[in-house]
Design a protein around this ligand. Structure first.
Ligand code: GAP
Length: 433
C-alpha cells in the first residue's frame, strides 16, 4: 500500500488535501492523472448502465436535500450510526467494532460504547439555528427516490426500469483510513432498479452477476474479486438482502460495492412521510440497488494494475539492471493513452515533427509529450503511469512520415504512418479482444 500511495502522489494521481497546512481529516485531491483516470472509471460505469441497458436513465440530483428526506430514510436514527469508544487517557476515539479491550495507541482504558451518527450536519441560509439544519447526503440514492415520480412521468417509464447517478456523498466516519479506501467525502456510482416485488430475487442475481463482470471485464484479476453474502445481523437498516463485492487489497478482503435488495423501504417510508403516493400501478416497486464507490474502484484498479518487475523488462539496455514499475491498467481506465517521444531533443526537425504528432493527437486522446532523458527512461516513466502506447519519432520519420508505436504490455513495436495514427489508435483502444 505504501508503494501505491507514494506512486500516486509522485506521479500526480492523488495528493493529500490542504497539504501545505498538514493535510485535513483523511481528505484527498485527485491530481492531473487521477482526474483523468477517475473520469474514465465513471464513464465506463455510466456507459455500462445507460448504454448497454435498455431501461436505465440518468440523473444528477442536488447534494443538499430537505432534512425530512433523512428522517424518513432512517439515517438520523441509530440505524446509521457506528458505536464509538473513547480512550479515557489520550482521548482518541475509535469504532468499537474495530478494536479490542484497550486503547490501541496508549493502552488506556476505554469508555463504554455510544452511538455516533455519521451524517454531516450543515446549515442552510443566513441563520444558524435548529430550523436551518440540514445534511450533506450520505448516499446518492435518496436523490433518486426523490425523483422517482418525476422520472417515471417525464420519461414515460414502465417497471422494470432503472435510474443511475454518480455523485459525492459524505459520512463523518470515526476512523477513515487505508488511503482513499475510507474517507469522509467520497463519490458513489449508484443505480436503483425498480421492479415488481415478485421479480426482485431474479433481478438481484442478474445485477450481481453484471456488476462482477464489469470489474472483470476491465481487467481485475479473478482471484482478487469475490462476492460475499452479508449475514442478516450485519444488514443495513433498509436492506432485505445484501451481497458485498469484495476486492483483495494489500490490507485484506474489503467491500468495494454492495448489491442490495431494499424492498419497499424507501418508497413506502417517503410516501408515509411526505403524504405523496409513490405507488406504481397500486403497489410499491421493490428496489434492487447496485452501489459502488468511485474512489474504491479507483484504488481497486490501481492496486490490481501495479506490478514491479525486478531487473526491468528490457534485455538490451542498461535499464535492465533496475527495478521497473508497470501499471497494467485496462486501456479504458488508463489516464494517458499515448505518449509522443522524439528520439532526440537536439534535432529541431525531429522535435518539430514530434510536436506536430502531439498536436494532431491531442484533440482525440489524452496524450503526453516527453523529450527529457534517454528513450529507455522515458518508456519506463510512461509504463509507471500505465500509458497504453508510446510513439517514437526518429530519423526515419522525416523520410517516411511514420512513427514507431510501442505497446505497454507486450513491448512490441510496429511502424505506422502518421496519417493513419488516429484511426489505428482508436481501433486499438476500442478493440476488446
Ligand atoms: N446506497 C447504499 C449505500 O450507500 P453503502 O454500503 O453504505 O451503501 C456503498 O455504500 C458503497 O459506497 C461502498 O461499497 C463503497 O464503495 C462506498 N463507500 C461507502 N462509504 C465510503 C467511505 N467512507 N469512503 C469511500 N467509499 C465509501
Amino acid at each position: 500500500m505504501q508503494k501505491i500511495t507514494s506512486l500516486a502522489k509522485r506521479r500526480g494521481f492523488i495528493f493529500p488535501s490542504s497539504e501545505i497546512y498538514g493535510g485535513f481529516g483523511s481528505c484527498y485531491d485527485f491530481g492531473p492523472l487521477g482526474v483523468e483516470m477517475k473520469n474514465n472509471i465513471k464513464k465506463a460505469w455510466w456507459d455500462e448502465m445507460t448504454k448497454t441497458q435498455e431501461n436505465i436513465v440518468g440523473l444528477d440530483a442536488a447534494i443538499l436535500m430537505s432534512p425530512k428526506v433523512w428522517s424518513a430514510s432512517g439515517h438520523l436514527t441509530a440505524g446509521f450510526a457506528d458505536e464509538l469508544v473513547e480512550c479515557k487517557k489520550c482521548k482518541k476515539r475509535f469504532r468499537a467494532d474495530q478494536i479490542g479491550k484497550e486503547c490501541p495507541e496508549c493502552k488506556g482504558v476505554l469508555s463504554a460504547p455510544r452511538k455516533f451518527n455519521l451524517m454531516m450536519k450543515t446549515f442552510i441560509g443566513p441563520v444558524e439555528d435548529e430550523a436551518s439544519v440540514t445534511y450533506l447526503r450520505a448516499e446518492t440514492c435518496q436523490g433518486i427516490y426523490m425523483n422517482f415520480e418525476n422520472v417515471l412521468n417525464s420519461m414515460r417509464m414502465k417497471t422494470p426500469f432503472g435510474i443511475a447517478q454518480i455523485g459525492k456523498a459524505f459520512r463523518n466516519e470515526i476512523t477513515p483510513g487505508n488511503f482513499i479506501y475510507r474517507t469522509r467525502e467520497f463519490e458513489q456510482m449508484e443505480m436503483q432498479w425498480f421492479c415488481e416485488p415478485k421479480s426482485a430475487d431474479k433481478f438481484f442475481e442478474f445485477w450481481l452477476e453484471k456488476r462482477m463482470k464489469w470489474y472483470l471485464g476491465l481487467g481485475i484479476k479473478k482471484e482478487n474479486l469475490r462476492a460475499r453474502e452479508v449475514a442478516k445481523e450485519e444488514l443495513a437498516h433498509y436492506a432485505k438482502r445484501v451481497v458485498d463485492i469484495e476486492y483483495r487489497f494489500p490490507f485484506g478482503w474489503k467491500e468495494i460495492e454492495g448489491v442490495h435488495n431494499r424492498g419497499d423501504w424507501d418508497l413506502s417510508n417517503h410516501s408515509k412521510n411526505s403524504g405523496q403516493n409513490l405507488k406504481y400501478e397500486g403497489c410499491f416497486p421493490y428496489i434492487i440497488e447496485t452501489s459502488a464507490g468511485a474512489d474504491r474502484a479507483f484504488l481497486t484498479f490501481l492496486a490490481d494494475a501495479y506490478q514491479e518487475v525486478k531487473g526491468g523488462r528490457t534485455t538490451t539496455t542498461e535499464s535492465a539492471k533496475e527495478e521497473e514499475i508497470v501499471l497494467r491498467l485496462d486501456k479504458k481506465i488508463a489516464p494517458i493513452k499515448a505518449a509522443v517521444l522524439p528520439l532526440v531533443k537536439n534535432k529541431p526537425d525531429i522535435v518539430n515533427k514530434a510536436k506536430e504528432v502531439y498536436d494532431l493527437l491531442k484533440p482525440h486522446f489524452s496524450v503526453q509529450y516527453d523529450e527529457a532523458g534517454s528513450i529507455g527512461r522515458r518508456y519506463r516513466r510512461q509504463d509507471e503511469i500505465g500509458t497504453v502506447f508510446c510513439l517514437t519519432i526518429d530519423f526515419d520519420t522525416l523520410k517516411d512520415n511514420a512513427v514507431t508505436i510501442r505497446d505497454r504490455d507486450t513491448m512490441q513495436q510496429e511502424r505506422i504512418e502518421i496519417s493513419k495514427l488516429i484511426a489505428t489508435i482508436s481501433t486499438k483502444l476500442n478493440d476488446d479482444v
